[in-house]
Design a protein around this ligand. Structure first.
Ligand code: ADP
Ligand code: MG
Ligand code: MG
Length: 898
């Protein structure tokens, strides 16, 4: 096997398609070489070597050393320098690179191959001793911390290397690193070496080849550091993937005013606007731009500082987008006026940017509509629906600062200054704004816990901005006029001092920061779509959203319905494009106003007459509910579920006073009510007397509900609106249960027809069942002989298949996720391998006896993109979800087709 791949001088062993083997970085370095971009030569050690390393007690394949040597010789040839040479030394960088980028999670080492002799040679050869010694001190700093483990220790607040650097700067009376003289840097190098020796007990290795293998080991080891593990867990990256290691010839941005380094996006990754977006620093190296030590300049300024390179970069921007057909996130360095490309990858972007970019690129004919659809993570559409600040409230709010708008959206919350404090507060249920001078990968947990992130330093490419974009968090970064005092735990801006726990609001669209909480209002999409506001309809977000939905509608095969219980919800859902109701829960209607008294009366009645009397009172209420729903649907189908919950839920929560009052109304003793409550108590109500089991024991309930539905249908139809009622029997296990209920419903229908003198075709309805018990799925062929439709109730089906209570699982599911028993919460995303089989079986068996069987799903999973794709593959007719998930479901359904 080939363990090492070469790239350089316009050629490469690998190419951009080999991300699994070469990692994202390595594959694209090869690809950039192939398309003729200026890339320093290098070699990539494959991800398979990483797997080998971990499988073989941290040993390497026998041939690795020789392969590395042979490829270093090739690098030397292309670059015209020699590794470890005392005339014209080649320095190397050692860079990690997993399949998917994990920004800042693993380690990079720059300027490798330097030692006491090489530094002199470098200084001589370049005539730039200051640069040579700056490179040396940087190398010591990285090698010392990453490879030799000399870092800030527990309880040590400041990085020990930075302490030495600060001392050098204050001795020299300068402000920034690049102002240190050769002599200052020599002193720093000596101090660094001493520090490393004192703390590690070992000398820093002078031998370049030893330095190289030490660094390669360190990169492979960093695949399993804590940060990387947390990150992998969050993004579901398997540990087996491993990382590749890239060893690349160094080019230097730190040689003086004609040099520099920067990062850029070919378009704005926060908004998606088609502008070149990035920043750079003159006379700087590597992470200087990102680290926030010096404030980088916006990329447009480069046209003054380094006009030639700027021009070349603008050209490369076009070449890259034309080649990769997507927004690129690039890293570059300029050495003495010569531009070098160091990295390119598809840029991570916010939901807003994803939509904008995809639609723009279709217009520019870079990609097809289908590609555009596939490129937008369906879940990200929810960002476009998230609330924004109420304009009037924002105007009145106290502005305390402003920074770069790095993550669009609006967030209000209480400020905390450390990741730990943020996590703790969030666990207590607070909304949190993580407030830091700058964030580092160690802050990841705090960022996950926060509603929004504010930093006072760093630019658009800072760590905070990057992670916020990726997580879809609201973020304002580099609010320079604001000041954080970590010791006092205060944030100061415009003369206002905020303490830990005080409220702060961030407008991530424009970068404004306000003291206090600001009221929110619906997003532009909602304002345009649901509230029909003209101004919002003109916004780019609204227009693009609508366009995208049109494309999705054209492609998708699945119908999208909604789970809605009230006419208002139905109206909203219809505006989102719902094609009907997949689930109306009739019991919600029982709790409203004084209906609950009639419901309780019905439950408590001990005679058939008493029950009938109470049900008679309920009928007009139910009829009115259904009338409203049918009207709002304007002819679209409505699946209405018969009463489902255990009766105890309606009476178990009554206080003594309520019981006494009810007893008075009903003319019974309070003790009678108490005894009925006791009688209805169940040990395991979710598996108890509920669903169709109620309708079978009390058919009069089913009859009342069916009558109310059909009476409403008749009434609405008479007034000229079409109706399509679908009556759904819940919790069926046996075909016989369904048949018994259907008889009751059909009898009720006959009565309604007779009462109104209607022929069969003048009052149509269908009867079907909710599939939520494994037995019904396994015997679906029998059920489908009489049922006209199935609707998978995947919430209960998950509970009953797994024997797992949704309401109680939160205490151990996180541990299950950590231990990788489950990848995701099975109540959020369908367990396709387990519960999925029940769905597949139900579909196949059901259609085997009833070809025309209509099949849908109405659990929470109807709004989860991965589940929607599964339901498409399984051949369902529709998915049903809550109104606000409809756009996500539509997009996922379209993606499922592609
Ligand atoms: P990360 O994956 O964390 O971004 P990189 O491997 O990209 O780490 O390295 C970080 C930075 O180090 C790069 O952005 C670049 O500025 C600098 N760097 C890496 N390799 C070289 C090189 N061969 N020459 C000059 N600078 C380099
Ligand atoms: Mg990088
Ligand atoms: Mg159910």
């Amino acid at each position: 096997v080939k363990n090492v791949y070469f790239f350089g001088g316009g050629k490469a062993d690998g190419d951009g398609s080999q991300k699994n083997l070469l990692g994202g970085k390595g594959a694209n370095l090869a690809e950039m070489n192939r398309i003729g971009l200026p890339v320093p030569a290098g070699l990539t050690i494959t991800t398979e070597v990483c797997t080998y390393y971990y499988d073989n007690a941290k040993k390497y394949p026998a041939t690795l050393d020789a392969e590395i040597d042979a490829n270093i010789a090739k690098i030397e040839k292309v670059m015209g320098k020699k590794f470890g040479d005392l005339e014209n030394p080649l320095l190397l960088s050692v860079r990690s690179g997993a399949r998917e980028s994990m920004p800042g999670m693993m380690d990079t080492i720059l300027n490798l191959g330097i030692n006491d002799q090489v530094v002199e040679a470098l200084s001589e050869k370049t005539g730039n001793p200051k640069f040579a010694w700056d490179s040396y001190r940087r190398f010591l700093q990285m090698y010392g911390s990453v490879v030799m483990g000399v870092e800030a220790e527990e309880g040590e607040h400041h990085d020990p290397y930075e302490v030495i650097l600060d001392k050098a700067k204050s001795n020299a009376q300068v402000e920034i690193d690049s102002e240190l003289s050769e002599a200052d840097l020599r002193w720093v190098v000596a101090e660094f070496k001493q520090l490393i020796k004192d703390r590690s007990g070992k000398d820093f290795p002078e031998d370049p080849r030893e330095q190289l293998m030490g660094s390669v080991n360190a990169v492979f080891n960093s695949w399993n550091n804590d940060r990387a593990k947390v990150y992998r867990q969050k993004y579901g990256i398997p540990a087996e993937w491993g990382t590749a290691v890239n060893v690349q010839a160094m080019v230097f941005g730190n040689t003086g005013p004609e040099s520099g380094t920067g990062v850029a996006f070919t378009r704005d990754p926060a908004t998606g606007e088609n502008v070149f977006y990035g920043e750079y620093l003159i006379d700087a190296q590597g992470e200087d731009v990102v680290a926030g030590v010096r404030t980088p300049k916006p990329i447009a300024n480069m046209s003054k500082d380094l006009p030639e390179s700027h021009k070349e970069l603008l050209e490369i921007r076009k070449v890259l987008e034309a080649h990769f057909k997507d927004v690129q996130d690039i890293e570059f360095t300029i050495e003495e006026g010569k531009l070098w490309m160091l990295q390119t990858r598809n840029g991570k972007r916010t939901g807003f940017a994803a939509v904008n970019i995809a639609l723009d690129m279709v217009k520019e004919k870079l990609i097809t509509q289908e590609t555009a659809i596939l490129r937008i993570p369906a879940e990200d559409l929810s960002h476009l629906l998230a609330p924004i600040f109420d304009a009037a409230a924002e105007k009145k709010a106290t502005n305390v600062g402003a920074g770069l708008p790095a993550g669009p959206g609006a967030a209000s919350g209480q400020i905390y200054f450390t990741a730990e404090a943020a996590v703790e507060a969030a666990e207590k249920g607070q909304k949190v704004i993580l407030t830091r001078q700058e964030t580092s990968p160690e802050d990841l947990r705090g960022m996950i816990a926060a509603e929004g992130i504010l930093t006072t330093r760093g630019g658009a490419s800072s760590h905070a901005a990057l992670v916020a974009r990726q997580m879809g968090k609201v973020c304002v970064c580099g609010a320079h006029t604001m000041d954080i005092d970590y010791d006092a735990k205060t944030l100061t801006g415009n003369g206002v001092v905020l303490k830990e726990g005080d409220f702060l609001s961030l407008n991530g669209f424009v970068g404004n920061v306000y003291a206090g909480e600001i009221e929110s209002s619906p997003s532009q999409v909602i304002q345009g779509l649901i509230e029909n506001k003209a101004a919002a309809k003109k916004s780019a977000t609204y227009t693009k959203f609508v366009q995208l939905m049109k494309w999705a509608d054209r492609l998708r095969k699945l119908d999208i319905r909604t789970n809605s219980d009230t006419p208002d919800q139905v109206k909203t859902a219809v505006k989102f494009g719902a094609q009907g109701i997949g689930l109306t829960r009739t019991e919600h209607m029982f709790f409203e106003g004084d209906r609950i008294d009639a419901v309780r009366e019905m439950i408590l009645a001990d005679s058939d007459e008493g029950k009938a009397k109470a049900l008679k009172k309920l009928l007009p209420y139910q009829k009115k509910d259904f009338t409203g729903i049918f009207k709002a649907l304007e002819g679209r189908p409505a699946t209405i579920r018969l009463l489902d919950p255990p009766l105890h839920e309606f009476i178990g929560t009554m206080t003594h006073q309520q019981i006494d009052e009810l007893a008075g109304k009903l003319g019974v003793e309070s003790s009678f009510i108490h005894s009925r409550i006791n009688a209805l108590h169940e040990e395991n109500p979710m598996l108890g007397h509920r669903g169709c089991r109620l309708g079978i024991v009390y058919p009069e309930i089913t009859k009342m509900q069916a009558t109310a539905i059909l009476e409403a249908a008749v009434e609405v139809k008479k007034k000229g609106t079409k109706v399509a009622p679908e009556i759904m029997v819940p919790l069926v296990s046996y075909a016989k249960e369904f048949e018994l209920q259907k008889e009751v419903i059909d009898a009720a229908a006959a009565e309604v027809r007779e009462k109104h003198g209607l022929k069969k075709n003048q009052l149509r309805y269908t009867v079907g069942t909710m599939m939520e018990i494994p037995r019904a799925c396994l015997t679906a062929d029998a059920v489908a002989e009489t049922a006209e439709f199935f609707s998978f109730g995947t919430n209960d089906l998950t509970q009953t298949c797994l024997g797992l209570s949704r309401d109680d699982s939160s205490s151990f599911l996180p541990a299950y996720q950590e231990a990788e028993v489950v990848d995701t919460n099975p109540f959020a995303s369908l367990d396709q391998t387990g519960v999925g089989q029940l769905v597949e079986t139900g579909v196949a068996k059901g259609r085997s006896t009833n070809e025309k069987l209509k099949i849908g799903i109405c659990g929470e999973h109807g709004g989860d993109p991965e589940s929607v794709k599964f339901f498409h593959r399984t051949g369902l007719n529709y998915v049903s979800c809550s109104p606000f998930r409809i756009p996500v479901a539509k997009l996922a359904a379209a993606q499922a087709v592609l």
